[in-house]
Design a protein around this ligand. Structure first.
Ligand SMILES: [Fe+2]
Length: 256
């Protein structure tokens, strides 16, 4: 089984369309799942959610999805300076004001976690676990610099065994590591990458006789359309700049 995993679309409709078209061109992809954060930062929260729903793409609730759905006091996003905090609040307020009742209901109905058993539930494994952040909370950032011990602790909490895989997003930076015979895969971000590459990112995870294979892909999309739509909305123009720079403007050290 070869799974296409898409995460952190963040209301970027042109990026989602480009990634979905790229996936559909691949006849060897067995199934598509999303890892949450469909809304926030860009002006198409309802359109992205509707496309995911109408395409039959199952997935889990990101922190943005679950906080918008439950009217939580903030989006559960990390910020590192006062400007980032301000931007975070502006995005969250805009998104909450613009999601339809249908979108909100759809986001609220997303499961926290999905388990895939490529060989069927009648055998013990291997298992592929899908979450947004970690198996405990969708707000915790599982960055590449987390030590092996952290991965093993999370694997234990998720009930994983050697040969299993856990895939997640939330940090918007793709990475893959094998620890204790288990695979840890961060899918990166479709609609708001932070690794300096503006292109939409997703990952293919193949589980077969030879083990687990992980392939990160990047897809060009209509960046100008997304930038124009952000600037035409009441969202801060900073979010358009973020898309163009892949979250890493040359003039500042970081932009999360
Ligand atoms: Fe996100």
């Amino acid at each position: 089984m070869k799974y296409a995993l898409i995460s952190d679309i963040h209301a970027n409709l042109p990026a989602l369309k480009a990634v979905y078209a790229d996936i559909r061109r691949r006849s060897d992809v067995s199934a598509v799942y999303h890892l949450g954060d469909m809304v926030g930062y860009a002006p198409w929260p309802n359109e992205v959610t509707a496309l995911i729903a109408s395409s039959g793409i199952a997935g889990v609730a990101g922190n943005y999805d679950s906080t918008v759905a439950t009217d939580y006091k903030h989006c559960g996003c990390r910020y590192e300076d006062p400007r980032q905090e301000e931007l975070s609040h502006l995005s969250y307020a805009w998104t909450r004001a613009h999601v339809s009742a249908d979108t909100k209901a759809f986001l609220g109905g997303l499961p926290f976690r999905i388990d895939l058993l490529p060989y069927g539930g009648h055998v013990a494994g291997p298992r592929v676990v899908l979450v947004h952040g970690t198996p405990t909370l969708n707000t915790v950032y599982w960055t590449e610099d987390r030590p092996d011990d952290f991965c093993l602790k999370m694997a234990g909490l998720a009930g994983m065994r050697p040969g299993d895989t856990i895939a997640f997003g939330h940090t918007h930076k793709p990475w893959h590591r094998e620890v204790g015979g288990m695979h840890f895969v961060n899918a990166g971000s479709v609609g708001r990458p932070k690794d300096g590459d503006w292109r939409a990112g997703y990952v293919l995870v193949e589980v077969g006789e030879g083990g687990v294979e992980v392939d990160f892909l990047r897809v060009e999309y209509d960046l100008e359309e997304a930038e124009r739509a952000i600037r035409a909305s009441e969202l801060p123009g900073d979010f358009a700049d973020h898309l163009r720079t892949g979250g890493q403007p040359a003039s500042t050290s970081s932009s999360r």
